[in-house]
Design a protein around this ligand. Structure first.
Ligand SMILES: [Zn+2]
Length: 79
């Protein structure tokens, strides 16, 4: 039988708990960044009326829902 003091047991428990929380946080953050990046790929800015819209189709020139102009896909820059 292994003898372990209460202090060591508490330290092991807290280390395991904090390690688990850190792993869950990293995975959630990684998934959030992936979703955010994927969502940004679908944003299109109309060159005619500056309307920002989301187009999930794979069309090369998605039409603007406001004015109907065909726009090229470009990256939306973060401010
Ligand atoms: Zn437009």
């Amino acid at each position: 039988m292994i003898r372990v003091s209460l202090g060591i047991l508490v330290i092991v428990y807290l280390t395991f708990l904090l390690g688990t929380l850190a792993v869950v946080w990293f995975v959630a953050e990684f998934l959030r960044i992936g979703r955010e990046r994927q969502r940004r790929q679908h944003f299109v800015i109309c060159g005619l009326c500056d309307h920002i819209y989301e187009d999930v189709s794979e069309e090369r020139l998605p039409p603007c829902p406001r004015c109907g102009a065909l726009n090229e896909r470009s990256r939306v820059r973060e401010i």
